[in-house]
Design a binder for this molecule. Structure first.
Ligand SMILES: [Zn+2]
Length: 158
């Protein structure tokens, strides 16, 4: 297909971009604003101040919890950065720990304790495929993310 990325890493990056848009527009209100699940601040979904953040760390692009919907929610840039710090460094700041704790609470409240356990198990045990084999999967998923994003944009008039 024309204009498709060449490397596996660029496939992951492009898929993530579309996924992040889908997460933000589906969560946006009628004005296009998304609420940070860990501090409550609101920003327009197009703003670079609102991200699709991970509850359980997905620092590696090919992490098994990168595209798990229950692990991802709108988060302001500030909280997302703090949340990342707390999982990358053993001695995180108090503020960063608070953000992570609030995100865990959000996932438990929204999706249940069992789901959080499932995500943790998946993160710790699943080995993701790489290369050509996964490209086909990403191609299918990416088309679905784009379709859902377009639907949300149209329905909300964003
Ligand atoms: Zn926030």
């Amino acid at each position: 297909m024309p204009n498709e990325p060449k490397t596996f890493q660029s496939w992951l990056k492009n898929t993530w971009k579309d996924y992040s848009i889908m997460i933000r527009v589906e969560a946006a209100d009628a004005h296009g604003n998304c609420e940070c699940v860990t501090c409550g601040v609101k920003h327009h979904w197009r703003s670079n101040l609102i991200h699709a953040g991970h509850c359980l760390s997905a620092r590696y692009m090919n992490s098994p919890v990168k595209f798990e919907e229950t692990n991802v929610a709108c988060q302001c840039r500030h909280c997302n950065m703090l949340g990342m710090v707390t999982q990358w460094r053993p001695h995180a700041t108090k503020g960063a720990e608070d953000v992570h704790r609030r995100f865990l609470k959000y996932v438990r409240t929204t999706h249940g304790d069992d789901e959080l356990e499932r995500l943790e198990l998946r993160r710790n045990t699943v080995k993701m495929k790489t290369g050509e084999e996964r490209k086909d999967e990403l191609r299918v998923n990416r088309a679905e993310y784009k379709r859902r994003a377009a639907k949300a944009i149209e329905e909300k008039g964003l």
